[in-house]
Ligand binder design. Structure first.
Ligand code: PHE
Length: 447
């Protein structure tokens, strides 16, 4: 059977680091700080935590249970639950394909910034500079290069590609972030930055865009609702506590996002950049934060290099998880060979990313549509399927290596009630308030 050639993780730590690598990405270091700055600082953080615990963790657990139980990538995994759910697996693969097409473009911007900071080439007008590198030939080149790196890692396989890269790069990422947070603490604006970040402005919390934003951010950040976690868990086998793994993954992801804020907020306040951050959405951190670094000449060049290196590591370990979802689906469903599959799909994704490399508005639209709405939809479906149609088997699988019957019951109850209700509401608002405006920005209404 194909199980022989599918591959497995070498160690549990390897799995956790790979899964954390998939989850920790641009969403943590770029999206989280931006959303927090718009959503009342700590008020957003509290809301975010609440959402991760009550909705994110149950869905993450469901994905891990599905992946480990079926030992298959999303299409076959959903088909193994019941053949009528196979289409959802197909949607997952398509969403992974689409997300990677624009994600790799943003990764390209970070790579370019990394290179330019290292070489001291970032000009003082970061707004114009960002405009130049984010659209057109430069963006296409950086995007293509990032895709090639991603393909090479996926072609290496589960243990020799994904796990090996994660085991080396994730500790580097953690160290870089801790170092940056310590450096940021020495800035004169640090106090004001922490104040804004950690003092909850509860008037902002109960505004509906903040709530929707926190939910969407949590799903994107935890890589939920598109089968990434199903795929990684399909290489698990064995026993071990799934809730334990889910808590480790969600905990590490949230911690990194939080520490990311401890880096960005002191920078924003030290260099008085809040207005710049508020100005634009997509480019906010790419324009504002470098502006701060440039004011510090050599030290800034060094810190800028580390900052964008951290961002690039975070991005590529997520990019590989996206390509793995697509690749593994073709391997499992069609019996294709891994290397060939990785190259064919990777090149197709690189081509599909061209519109994003030519227009940041296209990035914004795809992010709203695929990175928000489709992930929420996928999470909603997973909760309903696991909670209502598959709860017997799901409970059995969960209990392999996990003792608490009470928590297991609570999990199914959440999947049946709180999770779908919350996701339905969020789905409605994210369609009406993110996708539709983003589509308008892209397709017309130029007035
Ligand atoms: N979680 C990643 C991030 O925060 C993005 C991602 C979403 C990766 C969905 C895989 C699947 O950047």
């Amino acid at each position: 059977m194909s199980a022989v050639s599918r591959g497995t993780w070498k160690s549990n730590t390897g799995f956790i680091l790979a899964a954390v690598g998939g989850a920790v990405g641009l969403g943590n270091l770029w999206g989280f700080s931006y959303s927090a700055s718009q959503g009342g600082g700590a008020a957003f953080v509290v809301l975010y935590l609440f959402f991760v615990l009550s909705v994110g963790l149950p869905v993450l657990t469901a994905e891990l249970v599905i992946g480990r139980h079926t030992g298959q990538s999303p299409i076959r995994a959903m088909g193994a639950i019941a053949s009528r759910w196979k289409w959802l697996g197909v949607v997952f693969v398509a969403v992974g394909f689409g997300i990677l097409s624009f994600y790799s473009v943003i990764m390209g911007w970070t790579g370019r910034m990394l290179l330019d900071f290292a070489l001291g080439w970032v000009p003082s007008d970061t707004g114009t500079y960002f405009g130049q590198i984010s659209e057109g030939g430069d963006a296409v080149f950086a995007h293509a290069l990032g895709m090639i790196l991603t393909i090479l890692i996926i072609a290496g396989g589960v243990q020799h590609g994904i796990e090996r890269v994660a085991v080396v790069l994730m500790p580097v990422l953690f160290l870089l972030l801790i170092g940056l947070a310590i450096w940021a603490a020495t800035l004169s604006g640090a106090g004001a930055g922490y104040g804004f970040y950690l003092k909850p402005d509860f008037s902002a919390v109960f505004r509906q865009p903040t709530v929707t934003g926190a939910a969407g951010q949590a799903f994107f950040s935890l890589s939920l609702g598109m089968g990434a976690m199903i795929t990684y868990a399909s290489y698990l086998g064995g026993k071990g506590s799934i809730p334990g793994k889910a808590v480790a993954i969600a905990g590490a992801d949230t911690l990194v996002a939080f520490v990311g804020g401890m880096v960005t907020f002191p920078i924003i306040f030290h260099f008085d950049l809040l207005a710049d951050v508020n100005e634009s959405t997509i480019g906010a951190l790419f324009i504002a934060v470098p502006r701060g670094f440039l004011e510090m000449s050599f030290a800034g060049r060094l810190v800028g290099t580390f900052f964008f290196l951290a961002l690039y590591i975070a991005a590529i370990t997520s990019a590989i998880s996206l390509l793995e979802v697509c690749t593994s689906a073709f391997i499992d469903s069609l019996g294709w060979e891994r290397k060939k599959t990785a190259w064919i799909l990777g090149i197709l994704i690189a081509i599909a990313g061209m519109p994003s490399a030519l227009s940041t508005e296209w990035v914004g639209f795809l992010f709203a549509l695929l990175g928000q709405v489709f992930l929420i939809f996928g999470g909603l479906m997973l909760a309903l399927i696991t909670g209502y149609f598959w709860s017997g088997t799901a409970l059995e699988e969960l209990r392999r290596g996990f003792d608490s019957a009470a928590l297991a019951t609570l999990w199914i109850w959440l999947l049946r009630t709180v999770v779908p209700l919350a996701l339905l509401v969020v789905l409605y608002f994210s369609i009406s308030q993110t996708v539709i405006p983003a589509a308008k920005a892209l397709f017309g209404a130029s007035s």
